[in-house]
Design a protein around this ligand. Sequence first.
Ligand code: ATP
Ligand code: MG
Length: 344
Amino acid sequence: MTKKIVTLSGDGIGPEIMEAGLEVLAAVAEKIGFDYVLEAKDFGGVAIDKQGLPLPAETLVAAKNADAILLAAIGHPKYNSAKVRPEQGLLAIRKALGLYANVRPLKIYSELKGLSPIRNVENVDFVVIRELTGGVYFGEHTLEEDKARDVNDYTADEIRRILRFAFETARKRPRKLVTSVDKQNVLATSKLWRKIADEVALDYPDVTLEHQLVDSCAMLLITNPQKFDVIVTENLFGDILTDEASSLAGTLGVMPSSSHGVGGLALYEPIHGSAPDIAGQGIANPVSMILSVAMMLRESFELENGATLIENAVEKTFTDGVLTQDLGGRATTKEMTDAILARL
Ligand code: ATP
Ligand code: MG
């Protein structure tokens, strides 16, 4: 059956890297016989300029009716003090689609390990899964002159849902190891988190579960990143740990992500922003978008073969020394994309 993919190119380097991602998608689809249609919609700054708001109704309707959504990047400094900002569109679409699981893989390619700020990064390959709908971000916040209070709420159902997602993810990976991260020596929410994690683990005898306190996890990400396979954690810890994990790679330009919703719909996007400083120059690294396409094939369409084809072609391109400026090379967006296409 023909799959419908909604594309949101957005702002800055967004359109440049989206074009690259779609070229790779077309080539892989032909190889593996994947049948799809694209529907491009306005989102972010470009939607504000054309229609006055970052998430127009027709964009949201199209997204809700899609089989998957590809988003490149949004934002521009010109909206920094504006009343309506591109980032509001991102919050609105996440909420409207009920996106509850944010997935960020971190794989350090051996050709790029020199970019890492730490020495010991051989064979690092893990994913961080962050809960997106609960926790202190959505609790009550009160600020008074001499005291302040933030409420951290989690229900058992919210915790169970993200833990199941993590175990399902681990089940499809060779090591089948889940590290559940909490602060159960201090927080009540973490005590519940740990209890539910142990319960969910009973349904996954093929997957190993271990618990880690967030402070020790933060340390191990630097001292022993090879230890991890699938890390799962609540919203606030996930916010911090995903940023820490991505800095291990030493570059934003190669990192994809996915966010999964309650009905199974998912949105795929690079973790970086719209990079206004290099927009329009044709030098942006398209790999983050191309690997987001690979994640889409794997996670939304169960096309492991298509995903692997793309990932292997990207790795081979690095091995052959074709690198964009952010990776220390001189290839343009188009040269990088063509090199990947040639190695598919
Ligand atoms: P955010 O939009 O999340 O607030 P930011 O504005 O701080 O993030 P980005 O837009 O992600 O940051 O860019 C940070 C730096 O990384 C910029 O110098 C940008 O040029 C560079 N960068 C980001 N993505 C890419 C890419 N795909 N290729 C090359 N350079 C990139
Ligand atoms: Mg930005």
